[in-house]
Design a protein around this ligand. Structure first.
Ligand code: ADP
Ligand code: MG
Ligand code: MG
Length: 877
């Protein structure tokens, strides 16, 4: 029979799939001998069963009962027993941490009788007992009974007034419990459940159900966490941080999650319970202060932090409680961190001998590297500094101040950049945080909801800017000196320094970009990046090339580490003043006129290629012959029609209008473009090939590769190739001739096409469009958000290569192409070439290189190294 419940002594950290992260790590800490309150974990399997069947699996209730009895025996008290109650917390905990997403209920087991027993346990401390009880009714009401939390908050506020929650007397708290119970009765039509076992049963069910709450669903989509994992439930005996000033609760990191520096980072709140410390109820004190409050607990905590770091060999974050001088560990996990900290920590751990360089490369991601390449604010711009808060999540963000999440979503949908300003954020602000460029709060520390969630999303965040007086209802904030910022005013926030500026601050390059541009690695962060990049480069098998079509981009690509150009588009070479030559080409009425137009284009093309070959200094350059339909280069139909109708059109305009009408296509994406143009317009491709060849002849060492777009049949390629070989021989230059694989038919007949191609380059933008039958420009705005909502895909197939569909075509083409021609070179030049997951896919199917925009090259290099270290063997080699 399936086992659905594990005692904390039975699990370990590697059982996250089954026990969730929290449960697995509670078990790990228990087995390390750390002070964890005893308890047990109900598996994710039980949750999945419950969500699928609408009922808990058979045997679960009995199993829970057995584990509860064992816990009671061990603690020497029974759950909710009137004179000496055992209390428990019921805590969610999925495989991936979802901050604030799932719900936890504390103090289960309290009712009108056991509240007296609890007071007795605490030496007659009535205040503490009633405080615990009001918390239970409040949390239970909100999360289990689904009552609007504001109802309880308001009731609490009205009793509290300007005082703090700790100032409430036992009598006031007792009355508050009555009020809260009244709210429950009013909202649900039933009494607050007094039976401790019933409380526990309902709380467990509520945790199961919270897996599918709107917030959890949204967070998972944002973080690309699979929707079908389910959550585990932890039942943990209570310890109390709210007994008095010798008690408290706190959170800590084993090093600074913002910078990676070692030290003591955390917040502590005396006489408090649960989430008080992150909810900004009262002002927390820095963890260092615990040394003066309770030296024993502090020393103990530091030594446990050290044990955990050495054990997990990584930064850990920790939740703990002190109950009357005794320290208890309530949670740990490998902590989230900023991108900069990820690089610093990885190399620090290498230097401490805790991990290898291979592991260090695995500990950072391409997305993190990309974040470090984001611009930062320019210095000394003269913008007014409004205030300085905490630097909670780095980067530079500029936008209009908005004061509610719905408003943030609304303006962002209109394409506006906004900064979400709140006193503090709650899980309900998630949609606004996603929509905003950055988040600014006036309350809460580095471990507040805003900070944790923003860091996880890589969103800029300044939190705890306490000098700001935020008025949500007035849609404004007031900064020191009386400066008012109202909704719509532009502000700039710097998540790396915590600074908040009025107006738009211009942004400058990041130090990491400067390093890639060739600056010496001086700064500690840049040195870490340098070490990791070198190691990734030494391990990767995939080559990395750039998509570039002018000398400046080519040169930058080389500085960033490109080993060639994988896609040099030629269409821009027909723009600007040269459009007129294309018009002549289209309007040519005979062979001579056409040739004259081509002859005029040839030297311009040639000089373009010379510049690029020179910039690449002997590295391969894949030049794609012209791809878009020619009407894209002609004037606009409406403009021409108006001109003609108004009677001020030249003779040429009239002929152009005819041509534009003649060339109009219903589906240009599927029309006269790519190789089809080359076959239909005599001399066009020949002119380009000759320009490439002559340019190559003039630049010593140039390595041109000629790429034919949109081929679907080997016959198309053969015809073009024949002509090209003739020209190359005439000019006396050698070049590879290959094709793009971007039409499904090309992938499916790759074995034949490889007869005529020396290389394939997967054009995964078109291949994705044609495989899905999506016209990208039309579908992305029209219905992609709906498709994402429906879970039809977890991420746009234009962003990350669709392994199952498009990827299958890539595999087929790679395998069959190599069967025909074992030395066939394989690359990818769609935008996917710079996407981390897609790079891994390219490694796995055995491509030779990826090609991406110059700015993404470092990301592709890093991910190629990570892919090689992840050990997926190439399967076509
Ligand atoms: P989250 O996943 O939101 O972090 P937790 O289950 O960790 O939720 O619970 C939140 C907080 O509640 C913990 O950090 C801890 O302070 C408190 N808590 C949970 N269980 C207990 C317990 N058994 N005793 C005392 N405090 C607890
Ligand atoms: Mg929580
Ligand atoms: Mg927690």
């Amino acid at each position: 029979m399936a086992k659905y419940v594990y005692d904390f002594t039975e699990g370990n950290k590697d059982l996250k799939d089954l026990l969730g992260g929290k449960g697995a790590n509670l078990a790990e800490m228990t087995n390390l001998g750390l002070p964890v309150p005893p308890g047990f974990t109900i598996t994710t399997e039980a949750c999945r069963h419950y969500l699928a069947e609408g009922a808990v699996p058979r045997g679960l209730e009995e199993e829970i009962a057995q584990h509860l009895s064992a816990l009671e025996a061990r603690m020497g008290r029974k759950l909710g027993q009137s004179d000496d109650p055992l209390l428990v917390s019921v805590r969610s905990g999925a495989k991936f941490s979802m901050p604030g997403m799932m719900d936890t209920v504390l103090n289960i087991g309290l009712n009108d009788e056991s509240v007296h027993g609890l007071a007795k346990q605490a030496g007659g401390n009535e205040r503490f007992a009633w405080d615990s009880y009001r918390r239970l009714v409040q949390m239970f009401g909100k999360t289990v009974l689904d009552i609007d939390g504001d109802r309880f908050e308001e009731a609490l506020e009205s009793v509290k007034g300007a005082r703090q929650d700790t100032d409430l007397s036992a009598e006031e708290l007792q009355r508050l419990v009555e009020t809260f119970k009244g709210i429950v009765r009013e909202e649900t039509g039933a009494d607050f459940p007094a039976d401790p076992r019933e409380q526990m049963r309902l709380a467990i069910k509520a945790v199961f159900e919270s897996w599918n709450s709107g917030r959890a669903v949204l967070y998972r989509r944002q973080e690309r966490i699979p929707a079908d994992l389910g959550t585990a439930v932890n039942v943990c005996s209570m310890v109390f941080g709210n007994v008095g000033d010798d008690s408290g609760t706190g959170v800590a990191f084993t090093r600074d999650p913002g910078s990676g520096r070692q030290g003591i980072y955390g917040d502590y709140l005396q006489n408090a319970q649960g989430e008080d410390v992150v909810a900004g109820i009262r002002n927390t004190v820095p963890l260092q202060d615990l040394e003066h409050i309770d030296k024993d607990s502090y020393d103990n905590l530091l030594s446990i932090m050290k044990t955990l770091e050495n054990h997990y060999r990584d930064l850990c974050d920790i939740e703990f409680t002190v109950e009357r001088g005794k320290l208890w560990m309530l949670q740990t996990r490998v902590g989230k961190r900023t991108a900069a900290a990820a690089f610093r920590i990885a190399t620090q751990l290498v230097d401490q001998g805790l991990i290898s360089m291979d592991e260090a490369v695995q500990r950072v991601t391409g997305d993190q590297l990309a974040q470090l390449m984001f611009p930062r604010f320019a210095q000394d711009t003269g913008n007014k500094l409004l205030t300085k808060g905490m630097n909670a999540s780095p980067g530079a963000a500029v936008g209009k101040a908005v004061f509610s999440s719905p408003r943030a979503v609304e303006l962002a949908a209109k394409g506006e950049d906004v900064i979400l300003v709140r006193r503090e954020t709650t899980p309900d602000d998630l949609s606004g945080m996603i929509a905003a460029q950055g988040v600014l709060t006036s309350r809460g520390g580095k471990t507040s909801h805003a900070a944790v969630v923003a860091r996880g999303m890589g969103k800029v965040c300044v939190c705890g800017a306490e000098e700001l007086e935020v008025s949500i209802s007035g849609k404004k904030f007031t900064a020191p000196g009386g400066v008012e910022v109202v909704e719509g005013d532009v502000i700039s926030i710097d998540g790396s320094t915590g600074e908040v500026f009025l107006g738009e601050v211009p942004v400058a390059d990041s130090v990491v970009v400067e390093y890639f541009e060739g600056a010496e690695p001086e700064d500690e962060l840049v040195r870490a990046v340098d070490r990791i990049m070198r190691h990734a480069d030494s391990k990767r098998r995939l080559g990395v090339r750039a998509n570039a079509d002018n000398p400046e981009d080519s040169a930058r690509a080389r500085r960033f580490g490109a080993q060639g150009i994988g896609l040099c588009r030629t269409e821009h070479m027909f723009l600007g003043e040269r459009r007129q030559l294309v018009e002549d080409l289209v309007l040519a009425s005979d062979k001579e006129e056409r040739q004259a137009a081509l002859d005029a284009l040839a030297p311009l093309q040639k000089s373009d290629f010379i510049g690029i070959f020179q910039a690449m200094e002997g590295l391969p350059v894949t030049v794609r012959l012209i791809d878009p339909p020619l009407h894209e280069f002609l004037p606009d139909l409406v403009d021409l029609s108006v001109k003609v109708a108004l009677g001020n059109a030249s003779d040429k305009d009239k002929r152009l209008l005819d041509a534009v009408r003649r060339l109009h296509e219903q589906n240009p994406m599927l029309g006269l473009r790519g190789v089809r143009l080359g076959l239909v317009i005599p001399g066009l491709f020949a002119m380009q090939v000759r320009a490439i060849a002559e340019a190559a002849r003039e630049v010593p060492g140039a390595q041109p590769e000629i790429m034919i777009p949109l081929v679907g049949a080997v016959q198309e390629l053969e015809a073009v190739r024949e002509e090209a070989l003739g020209i190359l021989a005439e000019v006396g230059v050698e070049a590879l001739i290959g094709t793009m694989i971007e039409v499904p038919r090309a992938a499916l007949t790759a074995g034949q096409i490889a007869e005529a191609a020396q290389f394939f380059s997967f054009g995964t933008n078109d291949l994705t469009q044609m495989t899905w039958g999506f016209s990208r420009d039309d579908v992305e705005a029209a219905f992609f958000s709906r498709y994402l909502e429906l879970g039809i895909f977890g991420v746009s197939p234009f962003e990350t290569l669709d392994r199952d569909g498009v990827g299958r075509l890539v595999r087929i083409a790679a395998e069959e192409g190599r069967r025909t021609r074992p030395d066939l070179k394989l690359g990818i030049c769609g935008e996917h070439g710079g996407d981390p997951d897609s790079v891994h896919f390219c490694h796995e199917v055995g491509l030779d290189y990826v090609s991406c925009s110059p700015f993404r090259i470092p990301v592709a290099r890093l991910e190629a190294g990570r892919a090689a270290l992840a050990g997926h063997d190439s399967d076509t080699r």
